[in-house]
Design a protein around this ligand. Structure first.
Ligand code: SF4
Length: 46
């Protein structure tokens, strides 16, 4: 199965802290998605 759409959440850092946020993003979050991980996912999905 070939994905039609591939989206990345590159960070959980956000200026807001919405109660409804599905990833619990906020200004205190520091996690980022490494470029190498994104590259491997894109290669695997292609
Ligand atoms: S929903 Fe989440 S990512 Fe979107 S603005 Fe609110 S805290 Fe930020």
């Amino acid at each position: 199965m070939i994905p039609q759409v591939l989206a990345f959440i590159t960070t959980y850092r956000c200026n807001f802290s919405c109660d409804h946020c599905s990833v619990s993003a906020g200004p205190e979050r520091r996690e980022v998605l490494a470029a190498g991980v994104m590259q491997r996912v894109m290669v695997a999905a292609s």
